[in-house]
Structures are given as structure tokens and as C-alpha cells.
Design a protein around this ligand. Sequence first.
Ligand SMILES: C[S@@+](CC[C@H](N)C(=O)[O-])C[C@H]1O[C@@H](n2cnc3c(N)ncnc32)[C@H](O)[C@@H]1O
Length: 220
Amino acid sequence: MSRLQSYRELQSSVPGLEEMYEAIGFSLEQQCTDQSNLLIVGGGGGREIELLARTGFHLNVTVVDPSNANLAEARHIADGSSLEGRIEFIEGSVGNLAKDRKFDVISVLMVLHMIQDRSIERDLLTEIRSRMSSSAKIILADLCFDEQASIDALISEYRRNAEQLGTSTSLMSLEAQFASGCSMRNLGRLKAILSEAGLCISRTISTAHWYRCYVVEPAT
Ligand SMILES: C[S@@+](CC[C@H](N)C(=O)[O-])C[C@H]1O[C@@H](n2cnc3c(N)ncnc32)[C@H](O)[C@@H]1O
């Protein structure tokens, strides 16, 4: 099974996550116009490109991701789509973009929770903040528990659901272990780190078990 296939199977094992990506697609469609400059942070895998290609927009898209293998998968998805030839792929992160480049819409989907070090996470958000145009918005999805969540109960609910769906035991354990390792990630922590980077949540787009998706804007 390819990395992309495993990732898709994992996604479909989490209740509501497919629907969250659908909601993100609608939200991207709402935020973007043909003239928008869109930055996809951690766009390796190509999920965002898939969602955008459906909109029919002829956007200018930049994808940054430090993983060459993941970028190759995103390139593969772009080939033959309505966005073919309109996407700049950069192996690296936001810090590799020129300081004066500005973007109107920025997606950061399932990236922050991959970063272990809080200061690296904050620095990434600060780099993103400095590349936002005056009316820019961020669409941010991440693993983020509710403050009072019983993580053990959520994990056993997840396992039950994944078993019913026939998810492989190895993938199910991977997701359960990952969630358990993210137990410190909650809304209070996310708000604090966003605030340190000069950002704030303006609304919630969607929730899916332990994942949340928000619109984020510059703090006033
Ligand atoms: C879980 S995948 C999510 C892929 C895609 N955004 C999605 O939602 O399907 C996380 C991606 O973030 C990338 N990533 C990790 N650290 C990053 C960073 N500092 N800047 C940009 N991308 C990063 C990884 O290489 C990986 O491709």
C-alpha cells in the first residue's frame, strides 16, 4: 500500500474526517477567487490540490513541504488536473519563501500536530503571519482535543468505529497511538500559540472526533 493509500485509509477510519475535508473544500472555494495567491503549507500528499481542482479556479498556488516523497505524490495529483502548470512546489517550509511574498489564502492542514517542538510550531506560524496579505485568511486543521475530553474514551470509540469499518489493525493502532501522544493539544494551547504568532481563531469550520478545522486571522 502506498503512503497516500495508507493515509487515505487512516482518514476514512476517523468518524467525520472525510466530511471535514469536504467542508474544507467548500471553505477554500468561498475564500478564493481566480486572482488569489494560495499557499499550501505541508501540501505533500496532494489532498488540498484534489479539493481545489474541483473548484475550477485558475489560482496561483504554492506548495511547501519538507518531504520530497510527499511532494512527489502532490505533483502526481496535480498532473492532468485543472491546476496542472499553475503550482509551484517547494521542498522546504514557509521560511524558504522570500520575505516579501504575500498570500491571500493559506492552508495548514494536519501539519502543526506533526511538529514536536512548541517553539518550532510557533516560529512556523510567525513565518506564515508575515506572509499574509492585508485581507488574508488561514484555514487550519489539526488534532485538538476539547479541554475536558476523556482521551481514553475517545480512543476506544475510535477503535470500535475503525474495527467496524475494517481498518487494518496496524493503521488503527498508529492513529490511536498518535492521538494519545497528542494529549496536550487542546483549544487553550492552540489559542495561546496562535496569539504568540499574532493570530486568532475567527470561526470553526468543522469538527471530526479529535480533529478541528478553523478559520484563522491576524489578531487585531
Ligand atoms: C499529515 S501530512 C498532511 C498532508 C496534507 N496537508 C493533508 O491534509 O492531507 C503533514 C505534512 O506536513 C509536512 N510538514 C511537516 N513539517 C512541516 C513544516 N515545518 N512545514 C511544512 N510542512 C511540513 C509533512 O512533510 C507532511 O507532508
